[in-house]
Design a protein around this ligand. Structure first.
Ligand SMILES: C[S@@+](CC[C@H](N)C(=O)[O-])C[C@H]1O[C@@H](n2cnc3c(N)ncnc32)[C@H](O)[C@@H]1O
Length: 209
């Protein structure tokens, strides 16, 4: 899922070498071998930067896989912070727990197995960031559920919002339509200031006013 020129993408990824860690490399290897869609280092660095910029201490992730994107948030929230990971697949919990503890951030990460939107509903209080990366047909519901749960000055972030460019073509499959509906809702929300950062597959970053 990469509509950017491959050489430009590689160039940006190369610039992220400073973030290299043997366990991160292990996670990237697993993703590559299994064809599992992690955000990768370029987006990871963006998650870390945006989360740090808003002083995030409490992050809710919808769709965590085996913990790759959570690692970047976990660095930003610091030792006293919390990243709540959610995924429908319990095998991912086991992998994430192992990886995140070896990355030195297991203390601030909590994994909830089950439907991500139900898990969001079960959590109390506000979040500095709600980050969405679940199955795409649920994107409109994810924003609708997340928007009231983000503090003023916090962020709604969501991956794959350009969907390999298909959002801008005549493609009419269910997931593409759902992402379009989601993007229009985020851009139509008067209480958010949105921007799509066109790295990898497109990440929307929307500041809650
Ligand atoms: C694209 S992957 C997440 C990758 C992760 N954000 C990363 O970059 O490391 C999507 C994950 O969300 C999970 N998932 C999809 N829809 C879900 C839902 N409605 N509730 C919980 N988990 C879901 C899948 O099991 C999968 O592991």
């Amino acid at each position: 899922m990469n509509f950017l020129d491959a050489a430009v993408s590689d160039y940006m990824a190369d610039l992220c070498k400073r973030f290299e860690h043997p366990v991160l490399v292990e996670m990237e290897k697993q993703a590559s071998e299994e064809g599992f869609p992690i955000v990768g280092r370029t987006v990871g660095a963006a998650l870390l930067t945006f989360a740090s910029a808003v002083g995030a201490r409490r992050v809710m992730e919808l769709g965590s896989g085996f913990g790759y994107s959570a690692y970047w948030f976990a660095q930003a929230v610091g030792q006293q912070g919390e990243v709540i990971l959610t995924d429908g697949d319990s095998a991912n919990q086991e992998k994430a727990t192992d990886y995140l503890s070896r990355l030195g951030v297991g203390d601030r990460c909590r994994f909830v197995v089950g439907d991500a939107l139900e898990s969001l509903g079960n959590e109390q209080g506000e979040f500095d960031i709600v980050y969405c990366d679940i199955d795409k047909h649920d994107y409109p519901r994810a924003f609708a559920s997340a928007r009231q749960r983000i503090r003023s000055g916090g962020l709604y972030m969501c991956d794959n919002v350009l969907w390999s460019g298909r959002v801008a073509t005549d493609d009419a499959d269910e997931w593409t339509q759902a992402i379009r509906t989601h993007n229009e809702a985020v851009y139509g929300a008067d209480d958010f200031l949105p921007v799509i950062v066109p790295i990898r597959d497109g990440v929307v970053v929307a500041l809650k006013k």
